[in-house]
Design a protein. Structure first.
Ligand code: 2PG
Length: 249
């Protein structure tokens, strides 16, 4: 049996302000730094060690990983960064407040934008200076891979090849792997690993800063999964993520 750990980054400054973030490169809040430190503590308590780590090209996930590796005295392990683990691109919604959007367009519409499987948010104008095609970190990507907005399905289509082609072979070879990523890139991978239906995936919310352990068999199929940490706190954090799309939050 192999184990792999997924970790959603700690709270970012825009999580705190309840703004759609996507590919905007926003750093951790002071609370997010504490959450990353707490994740390291939980992993250490359970005697986890890692041989290799994967993360996105966004600093909230990278810094979370740095903090965890620092606290675990594992800063020396190889780290691979890939755009494929980035948060889902939230298009023209990036920067906008989720509650204000719910007031303007209704909670149902915001839920569709946030949690439906194949509905894309409105696209970011291709001339918008915030468009990723102007960002040097995506320079090496073929233009057709650079999104203006992504549904969860689009996110799954870029994360799953990275999982099956890169990460899973390392896990199955016996390496202990940590993946520091984002709410929706983790949702996409969990949907794939667990074959969650398009309908059921709407109800899955990933809290910030709690290590999520997957036990896999020799074919990469799920045996069990569980969070490290206090179950009540985790449930509360999941509910908090879900309620970010409410008009009143
Ligand atoms: O704004 C975002 O990029 C994501 C994660 O913070 O939000 P949501 O939970 O609404 O998908």
């Amino acid at each position: 049996m192999m184990k792999v750990v997924f970790l959603r980054h700690g709270e970012s400054l825009w999580n705190k302000e309840n703004r759609f973030t996507g590919w905007t490169d926003i750093d951790l809040s002071a609370h997010g730094i504490e959450e990353a430190e707490n994740a390291a503590r939980l992993l250490k308590e359970e005697h986890f060690v890692f041989d290799i780590a994967y993360t996105s090209l966004l600093k909230r996930a990278i810094r979370t990983l740095w903090i965890v590796l620092d606290k675990m005295d594992l800063m020396w392990i190889p780290v691979e960064k890939s755009w494929r683990l980035n948060e889902r691109h939230y298009g023209a919604l990036q920067g906008l407040n989720k509650s204000e959007m719910a007031k303007k367009y209704g909670e149902e519409q915001v839920l569709l934008w946030r949690r439906s499987y194949d509905i894309r948010p409105p696209a970011l104008d291709s001339n918008d200076p915030r468009h990723p095609k102007f960002d040097p970190r995506y320079r090496s990507l073929p233009p057709e891979s650079i999104p203006s907005a992504e549904s969860l399905k689009d996110t799954l289509e870029r994360t799953v090849p990275y999982w099956t082609g890169k990460i899973l072979p390392e896990v199955l070879s016996g390496k202990k792997v940590l993946i520091a990523a984002h709410g929706n890139s983790i949702r996409a991978l969990i949907k794939y690993i667990e074959s969650i239906s398009d309908k059921e995936i709407v109800g899955l919310n990933i809290p910030t800063g709690f290590p999520l352990v997957y036990e896999l068999d020799e074919k990469g199929r799920k045996i069990a999964s569980y969070y490290l940490g206090d179950i009540q706190e985790i449930k509360k954090a999941e509910r908090m993520v879900a309620s970010q799309g409410k008009a009143s939050s």
